[in-house]
Design a protein around this ligand. Structure first.
Ligand SMILES: [Zn+2]
Length: 409
């Protein structure tokens, strides 16, 4: 990146070419590694714009050089301002010396370069000479990335509820736990190449030309499934229920049995009516657990998730409490429910976070892990189980059924 950091040394024209070549190469490399057709990542398309955002903004941190170069340019002005002052006073107009002028200069330049408009006014951004090159470059990069992330969301408009629901969920910290995991077969955090590529495609809403053969087998009209969204919400065979059970079994295994705690699967007669069964019950703590995974893309949920990534989950957790709390109180004192709510992109509800925090305390007390590490371990396991299951169900549904009337050649 040294060519980018020394931006002022380059004549503007050739520097721009250099940066854009760098970005093209990184886009082509990313497409080749992840087996994504380059046409799906053309510069202004949603997928590439999302991939270019930092993970904390819902992207994959394939940060474009065109984003960092401006931050680096202004950083280098700060770094060289003393030398410039010594050499000549004529440069003063180009190199503002007081902090306020420097900040204004930075903001104007960024707004102009990225055509951000007045909606992104960077209030709160203060560049100071004393920050030095690295720090000011970092602050500027963060401000630019936050603005680009917001611009991507705003650009989706009112009709793209699915893209909005998707992006809002991806921005939540825990939705990216599978990306941050260090691949380790012993830790069961290694993900196979094919599965990883599908997980990345789902993260970026890249068309993957899936096709639901189960709906066709079940007599329902066969569903062409361009983005794999149908596969993620279809209730036929390999989907909905099995995803729930996969996550439930992972929680039982890593959050309870690993800590030496017994859990009973689906104990009878604990809810408001006799057939109600929460998913898990831990006798040691007198706590029942019920796991819900909402599909953020399902027609009944997508609008809610396009406004807020968390409130539909919190609502569902509250419904679960309504169903179980009164009944549990009559069965035994201190008997309680934790409703483990999440959506299929990995956003966790309040109760779900509580379960993880409580079990992390148990895990930390039995190992050399800190509470934060234990929490990260539990969350990573759940995240990988969820996202690899999503990718698997899309891959399984990719098969095209054999045409019924076809005759062998
Ligand atoms: Zn289907």
């Amino acid at each position: 990146m040294s060519c980018i950091a020394s931006a002022p040394l380059y004549p503007a024209g050739s520097f721009k070419t250099c940066v854009s070549t760098f970005d093209t190469i990184s886009r082509e490399g990313f497409a080749a590694i992840h087996n994504i057709p380059l046409t799906h990542l053309q510069r202004e398309r949603f997928s590439w714009r999302q991939a270019s955002l930092p993970i904390r903004h819902g992207g994959l941190s394939i940060i474009a050089a065109s984003v960092t170069s401006d931050a680096a340019y202004i950083g280098s002005i700060i770094d060289t301002s003393d030398l410039a002052r010594q050499l000549t006073s004529a440069i003063e107009a180009e190199h503002p010396y007081d902090d306020e002028a420097l900040t204004r200069h930075a903001i104007e330049r960024i707004q102009d370069t990225y055509s951000l408009g007045s909606a992104f006014n960077f209030t709160g951004l203060h560049i100071r000479h004393s920050q030095g090159l690295r720090q000011s470059q970092r602050f500027l990069s963060l401000a630019i990335q936050t603005a680009l992330s917001e611009r991507l969301f705003v650009s989706l408009g009112k009709r793209n509820v699915l893209h909005k629901a998707h992006l809002l969920s991806c921005r939540e910290h825990e939705a990216s736990d599978w990306i941050r995991a260090i691949p380790d077969p012993k830790f069961k955090s290694a993900i196979s190449g094919a599965l990883w590529n599908t997980m990345v495609s789902l993260r970026l809403l890249v068309p993957i030309e899936s096709f639901c053969s189960y709906c066709a087998d079940a007599g329902t009209a066969a569903v062409p499934d361009k983005y794999g969204h149908h596969a993620l919400i279809c209730r036929h065979k390999y989907g909905y229920t099995r995803r729930h059970n996969t996550v439930k079994d992972t929680i039982a295994q890593v959050a309870f049995r690993r800590c030496g705690m017994t859990v009973i699967h689906e104990p009878h007669n604990l809810g408001s009516n006799p057939s109600d069964r929460p998913d898990l019950f831990a006798p040691l703590t007198d706590t029942a657990y019920d796991i819900t995974i909402l599909s953020a893309y399902a027609p009944s949920n997508v609008k809610g998730f396009s406004k807020d990534a968390r409130s539909p989950i919190l609502r569902r957790e509250a419904e679960k409490h309504k169903r179980y709390d009164a009944r549990l109180a009559t069965i035994g004192q201190g008997l309680k429910l934790l409703a483990f709510g999440m959506n299929h992109i990995g956003v966790l509800g309040d109760d779900a976070k509580k379960v993880i925090a409580e079990q992390a305390t148990v895990l930390a007390s039995q190992s050399s892990y800190s509470h934060a590490t234990a929490k990260r371990i539990l969350r990573t396991h759940i995240s990988i189980a969820l996202h690899s299951f999503n990718a698997l169900s899309v891959n399984v549904r990719k098969r095209h059924p054999t045409p019924m009337n076809s005759t062998p050649a």
